[in-house]
Write a protein that binds this ligand. Structure first.
Ligand SMILES: Cc1cc2nc3c(=O)[nH]c(=O)nc-3n(C[C@H](O)[C@H](O)[C@H](O)COP(=O)(O)OP(=O)(O)OC[C@H]3O[C@@H](n4cnc5c(N)ncnc54)[C@H](O)[C@@H]3O)c2cc1C
Length: 397
């Protein structure tokens, strides 16, 4: 590490590595630091990505593709199941290899990548972020930069140190837990991602079963953080696993919180941009954030590179990034946020009933409008939410 770079990226997750790569490709002297000793590990993710979106950033490689998904299913507590194809081909990836490869590509593009290097403070000059303090193997040093990219994940300290408002209300926060389960052969479809919903199983959230190999799967849960009367996310997950997969082995445990708000309104300050989970760019319904974080990083660097060329990295010069994000994902995230709110408030019997009715329909041959009308006929109580549903349907189309 030298004393100064043009760009410092903090955090070598998918968003940070894409940001570092874009900066290096533009010929900027770039440092990517990662506090963990191994990029990608430990994995805190169910590891499902959109194949097309991912291919915009890295070439397909069987070394990090664990499963290719042809179907999604959504089930209720009674076992009724709706099966639909994904809106785009989906892969379940091995994030340990995937994240490592993304950082490797950034390195090949010219970025300096340093692991076991934690940002422990933000430097400022004339009120502008001007570098970071980095701790590595017990030694601390200040490293300056013209532009800092905070890609340090959901608990981003950099964003907080920069004065950005990052703490959402409890009702907009998911608590998550996940097991990598063994002994799963014959208990899941190798090409299907399963979701299970219902207030008694996963209040204000959902459970998932994503295949990883012929006999292992990521089995996890998110619940809304203010709905923990029945226990923690892990308690709910334990009950689900005991009921559905008795005799399975827990090969790995992950717990963590995920903001489900949609992106921060303010994602930049003077000399600093936030990307990925640090900017809350994950989908506010599913909390999936790998591809969205990569898109966020790409947009941030488009603006950041131009700002560096003009020699003006003030917040005003970086704000077109916020606009770019809002134009591409703002409406979609607002709609997904509304769907989550609606599901959280829905009577549990209505949610179960909707899935039961939908499971009897031939969804492949029906238009979304026809599906909606059938469901409304059966559950007129949903008319109250019909406006949200229709606008959401139009936006998501
Ligand atoms: C249980 C669970 C399941 C999930 N499942 C999915 C899924 O199936 N699909 C999906 O798309 N998304 C999923 N997500 C969300 C997904 O994991 C994140 O959206 C994604 O990892 C965000 O990428 P990122 O690069 O912004 O942040 P991260 O991947 O979190 O990377 C941030 C990096 O910054 C490093 N860092 C933090 N602080 C510092 C510091 N001070 N100095 C240096 N480095 C630092 C961290 O060590 C980390 O490597 C899931 C999340 C959870 C918790």
């Amino acid at each position: 590490m030298r004393e100064a770079y043009e760009v410092i990226v903090v955090g070598a997750g998918p968003a940070g590595s894409v940001a570092a790569r874009r900066a290096a490709e533009a010929g900027l002297d770039t440092l990517l630091i990662e506090k963990r000793q191994e990029i990608g590990a430990p994995v805190r993710c169910a590891e499902a990505v959109g194949a097309l979106a991912t291919q915009e950033f890295i070439d397909e490689d069987p070394r990090w593709i664990n499963a290719r998904i042809d179907y999604y299913s959504v089930s209720n507590r009674q076992g009724d199941r709706v099966v639909v194809p994904p809106t785009e081909p989906t892969w379940v990836v091995d994030r340990k290899v995937f994240d490592y490869e993304l950082a490797h590509v950034a390195n090949q593009a010219g970025a300096t990548v340093v692991t076991s290097a934690a940002a422990t403070g933000l430097l400022r000059e004339d009120g502008r972020a001007s570098g970071v303090t980095i701790k590595r193997f017990g030694k601390t040093r200040d490293v300056k930069a013209k532009l800092i990219i905070a890609a340090d994940g959901t608990e981003s300290q950099i964003a907080r140190w920069a004065g950005l408002k990052t703490v959402p209300p409890m009702a907009d926060y998911y608590s998550g837990a996940q097991y990598l389960l063994g002994n799963m052969a014959g208990r899941m479809e190798p090409n299907r991602c399963e979701y299970h919903v219902g207030m008694t199983m996963a209040p204000g959230g959902y459970l998932w079963v994503f295949p990883k190999s012929a006999d292992t799967a990521n089995v996890g849960i998110v619940i809304t953080s203010d709905k923990t009367a029945g226990g923690t996310a892990r308690d709910y997950l334990d009950r689900f696993v005991a009921e559905h997969y008795p005799g399975s082995s827990i090969l790995n445990v992950v717990v963590g919180g995920i903001p489900a708000t949609g992106a921060l309104k303010k994602m930049v300050t003077d000399g600093l941009m936030t990307v990925g989970d640090a900017a809350h760019q994950a989908d506010p319904l599913t909390a999936g954030g790998i591809n969205l974080g990569m898109y966020g990083a790409d947009m941030a660097l488009q603006v950041g590179i131009e700002a560096l060329r003009r020699g003006d990295v003030s917040a005003a010069a970086l704000q077109p990034y916020e606009k770019m994000w809002a134009e591409r994902f703002g409406k979609m995230h607002a709609a997904l946020y509304q769907i989550r709110k609606m599901m959280t408030q829905m009577n549990p019997d209505t949610l179960d009933g909707l899935i039961r009715t939908a499971s009897t329909l031939d969804l492949q041959s029906m238009t979304p409008g026809a599906v909606l009308m059938t469901l409304l006929k059966e559950y007129p109580v949903m008319l109250l939410q019909a406006r949200t549903l229709v606008t959401t349907g139009l936006i998501l189309k």
